[in-house]
Design a protein around this ligand. Structure first.
Ligand SMILES: Nc1ncnc2c1ncn2[C@@H]1O[C@H](COP(=O)(O)OP(=O)(O)OP(=O)(O)O)[C@@H](O)[C@H]1O
Ligand SMILES: N[C@@H](CCO)C(=O)O
Length: 291
């Protein structure tokens, strides 16, 4: 038996659509694997009633197949599905690391990223790496077709998860087909600013670089109360606020001293919009770990 914990992650960070991601220090999924003639899956924990146990429909089933590593796989969900906190990726990342060990496949962490991304293709139709990369490698990750770069940044974050379900598949439907050159120029500038901020662990630069005028405004329509929550977080001291992943979670970057007041301001603002929510005061954390 091999047991691996893989963390929640936040993809995009505004300007880095399908490229940027960060590992959060919590919540997390825990995956246990043991060898079996064919793959079977048991799911317990947060939102498990909405997660299929058929290996053809679960992200870990695709990972077991890609590694040719049939197993009985137990998933204890800490990350609610359809949250924007990389729920599907947390299981896939943990399974990739665990099955690589169980079957002694000898793949490096970076080589496991595209394997775990096969699981993302099962749920959203696209094998994007931006959640599985930080879930496996930890830190801030920049995942592009030509490779993955990682930065071991120290930034305080608040993620607020409203009681709304937005599937990645639906949120990808509203992404515009193209962007104006002026928007592209702004996005490149913001992405570079954010990357510099991560290198310096500077919440001001990270926050400024989270601005995005292409994908985020279209997706904000899917989240009741988004603009009020964003404003409340800024008023409480956030340096940047955007949608986490495909939503509905909202993520704020900040100084550690402001984290608590930002967390309660975000919950209150969702509440005023008639939406219950739960909040995680967190920071950038490590990738998958053996237990
Ligand atoms: N092991 C798994 N864990 C979570 N969800 C899974 C898993 N396997 C399949 N799914 C399905 O994936 C969907 C959730 O994935 P989705 O990408 O929409 O959410 P998310 O991972 O929380 O979001 P994001 O990628 O935006 O952070 C649900 O329909 C769920 O049933
Ligand atoms: N980059 C992805 C992350 C969600 O899985 C998206 O925003 O659609």
């Amino acid at each position: 038996m091999v047991t691996v914990r893989a963390p929640a992650t936040s993809a995009n960070l505004g300007s880095g659509f399908d490229v940027f991601g960060v590992a959060l220090d919590r919540p997390a999924d825990v995956v246990r694997v043991r060898r079996a003639p064919e793959t079977t899956i048991d799911v317990t924990g947060a939102g498990s009633q909405f997660i299929p146990e058929d290996p053809a429909d679960n992200t870990v089933g695709a990972v077991a197949e890609a590694l040719d590593a049939p197993a009985h796989i137990e998933i204890d969900k800490g990350v609610r599905p359809a949250s924007g906190l990389g729920s599907s990726a947390a299981s896939a990342a943990a399974a990739a690391v665990a099955l690589n060990e169980l079957y002694d496949r000898g793949l490096t962490r970076k080589e496991l990223v595209p394997i775990a991304a096969e699981g993302e293709a099962v749920v959203s139709g696209d094998a994007h790496d931006d959640n599985v990369a930080p879930a496996i490698l930890g830190g801030f990750t920049i995942a592009t077709p030509s490779g993955i770069a990682t930065v071991d940044a120290d930034i305080s974050l608040v993620t607020c998860l409203p009681d709304i379900v937005v599937s990645t598949r639906d949120a990808r439907e509203v992404v515009p087909e193209g962007a104006r050159v002026a928007d592209m120029v702004e996005t490149v500038g913001n992405a570079a600013t954010l990357t510099t901020g991560m290198h310096r662990s500077d919440p001001e630069l990270v926050g400024r670089g989270m601005e995005d005028s292409v994908v985020t405004p279209a997706r904000a329509e899917l989240i009741d109360g988004y603009s009020e929550v964003r404003q409340a977080a800024f008023d409480a001291g956030a340096t940047g606020v955007t949608i986490s992943g495909a939503g509905p979670s909202v993520i704020a970057a900040c100084y550690e001293t402001d984290r608590r007041s930002i967390a309660s301001a975000m919950v209150d603002a969702f509440d005023e919009a008639g939406v219950e929510s739960r909040v995680y005061q967190t920071e950038i954390g490590e990738g998958a770990t053996f237990h």
